[in-house]
Design a binder for this molecule. Structure first.
Ligand code: NAD
Length: 483
């Protein structure tokens, strides 16, 4: 059975708002527990069918067809993402290209998986032979946030298909449009009925039911820590496998000897890209005192030049925040920042903007380690700056956080940069850059930034159950009871 109900059980809908104009541009079904139950049933029945016996090679054909389908509609999908999320069009085009790349990459991993089936594991007793079988984990529940709508969905859907799972995808209620399109593209690419089921709706309704559904065997969640805790608790009740990609408050350490203009570029990319709504945003600048005054001056100068506007506008580098909720949250942090630290630039709605959830690029300096804007994830274009003298002091400031997603270090001294990178408590560390991310290495955080890793082979393994099959190879008696 294909789960293709376009109307939710209750008939209710959610308004989709363009964050640049505050206009309603569409409505999406407000799926509830009843819709999740139908979708999980469809996924379960597909799992029991021929899909679970497909080879990696067969699944790779479908994955590549999905990638081609995304590529073919790149411009339309990117424009949809701009209208739904607010991000500037060049960033949306980048995301959509990455999403297609992700499906192609997992096509290759799916093919490689065939070669891994039956591989032997050396055991220290020649009377036994152990071979491996990698079986799909079963029905997967995929819950994603709004900051990279299609890309975050792809990071989960592509490996889940590669592994041979079936799935229910619950996109964010703020940005569901490209996930709905992904469902259509996947069907056109030949994905069998019931393998990918997209249910839109609110987190506390559709999301919560998906997390607790007894027939879901694997949960893959990306979002905030408070929701991550709820998902982990729901998973615990049924002993479901769960991977969590959560928030961050990532540091970028800048030493005196770093190239000033390179630092300006990467610090800005690290906090203003995607309006700062990036889990790995390097939102805490930890700068050595020698370079600090010149760096802050240059950052302020460049931040003031950033063109703000509707993501479809020519040359726009900063769009609106995704929603009124996010705008109010970020403005609340800025109000706190004005009490806690020194405002170097921004800190308000840009002048002349009467509609849309726009916030100026904002920089706070002299931020104490006790400040809320230093400790908590803001998820907006707000940079907090603190100074340091010694390497040890910089590392202490950087690691003194409940988060451990990402970190960056900038220095002309590569030995020092490598040493500091080795000491940073983060799942992702950048040297002399911030944010570039490839899909082959693992992605994920230490401490409260998450559990497990996505992307690369780690992403595929999330959706596989490794099974060992051990055979007694000799006809000689084992000789324990029967002497
Ligand atoms: P969120 O936690 O509010 O929502 C994430 C998803 O969970 C949404 O689909 C939402 O509907 C759903 N949800 C909400 N309540 C639920 C519940 N009780 N049970 C099940 N699902 C529920 O997060 P957000 O505001 O959409 O996204 C921003 C957060 O995501 C930030 O903290 C950011 O750092 C994090 N993030 C992390 C990564 C990463 O790779 N580590 C990537 C992107 C975003």
């Amino acid at each position: 059975m294909l789960f293709r109900k376009s109307k939710p059980a209750t008939g209710a809908t959610i308004d989709v708002i363009n964050p640049a104009t505050e206009q309603i541009i569409a409505t999406i079904p407000r799926g509830t527990a009843a819709d999740i139950d139908l979708a999980v049933a469809a996924a379960k029945s597909a799992m029991a069918g021929p899909w679970s016996r497909t080879s990696g090679k067969e699944r790779a054909v479908i994955l590549r067809a999905i990638a081609a389908g995304i590529e073919a509609e790149k411009q339309t999908l990117a424009e949809l993402e701009v209208a739904d999320n607010g991000k500037p069009l060049p960033e949306a085009l980048w995301d959509i290209g990455d999403a297609a790349y992700c499906f192609n990459l997992y096509a290759t991993y799916a093919e490689d998986l065939d070669a891994r089936q039956g591989e032997t594991i050396a055991v220290p007793d020649e009377r036994f032979e152990t071979r491996m079988q990698y079986v799909p984990a079963g029905v997967a529940g995929l819950i994603v946030p709004w900051n990279y709508p299609l890309l975050m969905a792809s990071w989960k859907v592509a490996p889940a298909i590669a592994a041979g799972c079936t799935m229910v995808l619950k996109p964010s209620e703020f940005t569901s449009l490209t996930a709905i399109e992904l469902g259509r593209i996947a069907t056109a690419a030949g994905l069998p009925d019931g393998v990918l089921n997209v249910v839109t709706g609110y987190g506390h309704e559709a999301g919560a039911r998906l997390a607790e559904h007894p027939d879901v065997r694997k949960l893959a969640f990306t979002g905030s820590i408070p929701t991550g805790v709820k998902v982990a608790l729901a998973a615990a009740r049924d002993i479901k496998s769960v991977s969590l990609e959560l928030g961050g408050k990532s540091p970028i350490i800048v030493f005196d000897d770093a190239d000033l203009e390179q630092v300006v570029e990467w610090v800005m990319f690290g906090i203003f890209w995607n309006q700062g709504q990036v889990c790995s945003a390097t939102s805490r600048l930890i700068v050595q005192r020698g370079i600090a005054p010149r760096l802050i001056e240059r950052l302020v100068e460049e931040a003031k030049k950033i063109k703000i506007g509707d993501g479809m506008g020519e040359g726009v580098l900063l769009g609106p925040l995704v929603s009124k909720l996010q705008y109010d949250k970020v403005m609340g942090f800025i109000a706190d920042g004005k009490r806690e630290a020194k405002l170097a630039c921004g800190g308000a709605r840009p002048p002349g903007f009467n509609a849309g959830y726009f916030v100026q690029p904002t920089i706070f300096t002299d931020v104490p380690a006790s400040a809320r804007i230093w400790k908590e994830e803001i998820f907006g274009p707000v940079l907090a700056v603190a100074g340091f003298t010694t390497e040890a002091e910089a590392l202490h400031l950087a690691n003194d956080s409940e988060f451990g997603l990402a970190a960056a270090v900038m220095s002309a001294d590569l030995d020092r940069a490598q040493r500091v990178a080795g000491e940073l408590e983060a799942g992702v560390v950048w040297i002399n850059c911030s944010q570039p991310n490839f899909l082959e290495p693992p992605w994920g955080g230490m401490k409260k930034s998450g559990v497990g890793r996505e992307l690369g082979l780690w992403g595929l393994n999330n959706f596989l159950e490794p099974k060992q099959i051990t055979r007694y190879t000799t006809t000689k008696p084992w000789g324990w009871y029967l002497k």
